[in-house]
Design a protein around this ligand. Structure first.
Ligand SMILES: C[S@@+](CC[C@H](N)C(=O)[O-])C[C@H]1O[C@@H](n2cnc3c(N)ncnc32)[C@H](O)[C@@H]1O
Length: 261
């Protein structure tokens, strides 16, 4: 019923500026739980902490190369309220975050609440202030799907190439397009907090494979990691783990995890 009403009213909706909605809304949310909830739905600070720990341990760092990789600096692309930077700060000497929103003070308050003192926040446009080959681990979780164009994917992949240390690694989650190609949601159809960029997994891997060596990827993932596999428990996400391009003959075997699990 709600969906039908939305469809009927669609021609009369005002287009939403996608990037502006991410930049401006967080600063209007004064309550900490509402602020956290804008980035990742929650009903309490403790729930955010628990889910961040689970996402960090069971998804973001759950790949074979993680235990042996260097743990100097890490960089999160799209840190939101900082819940994953808090987790990253426990494994790395320094956890750096980059984002476009206008409420870094609130993110600092949340990180402070959690006692992390090795976290640095940067605006996207200041990313060039980081030195070449200075980041061991670059990750992004539920962020690439919120870009308003494909060119932002290229921007971050070129920054990852510049910033990653020789033995470093990146883990990017993105929203998959179940049809071939890329789908970009136009401002007239965009609803706040919803995904705006969907990429066919094979295409995303082709793009990554132009500049990097892929270690591992997964096209079908469980939505709730702690719940049993079922048709209703499938995530819209896909992911890819990659390192600098290896010289011919030294390529890693790619581990494809195509099924849920
Ligand atoms: C759904 S939140 C996820 C936040 C965080 N990764 C987490 O899991 O809690 C999406 C984040 O992506 C950020 N974002 C959107 N477009 C961005 C861009 N072009 N560059 C960096 N961050 C961006 C938003 O400001 C927001 O903080």
């Amino acid at each position: 019923m709600k969906k039908m009403l939305r469809l009927l009213l669609r021609p009369f909706r005002k287009p939403v500026d996608i990037e502006k909605s991410w930049i401006e809304t967080p600063a209007t949310l004064n309550d900490m739980v509402k602020f956290l909830s804008w980035f990742d739905r929650t009903s309490s600070i403790q729930e955010t902490r628990d889910r961040a720990r689970s996402d960090w341990q069971n998804l973001i760092t759950a790949f074979a190369y993680y235990p042996q990789m260097p743990k100097g600096n890490c960089l999160e692309i799209g840190f939101g309220a900082g819940r994953l930077l808090v987790e990253a700060s426990k494994d790395f000497q320094r956890a750096i975050g980059v984002d476009i929103h206008g409420a870094f003070d609130k993110t600092r308050a949340y990180i402070g609440l959690n006692g992390a003192d090795n976290v640095v926040l940067l605006h996207r446009d200041d990313l060039n202030s980081l030195s070449d080959s200075s980041i061991d681990f670059l990750f992004s979780f539920i962020v690439f799907q919120h870009f308003e164009s494909e060119s932002e994917v290229d921007f971050y992949l070129s920054q990852i190439k510049r910033l990653m240390t020789p033995d470093g690694c990146a883990h990017i989650f993105f929203r998959k397009n179940d049809s071939p190609g890329v789908k970009v949601v136009p401002p007239k159809d965009f609803r706040k907090r919803h995904s705006s960029l969907f990429v066919e997994p094979a295409l995303f891997r082709d793009r990554v494979g132009r500049d990097f060596t892929i270690l591992e990827y997964q096209d079908r993932m469980k939505k709730h990691i702690d719940k049993p596999e079922s048709s209703t428990n499938e995530s819209g996400q896909a992911r890819v783990v990659f390192v600098h391009q290896r010289p011919a003959g030294r390529e890693e075997p790619v581990k494809a995890i195509a099924e849920i699990g």
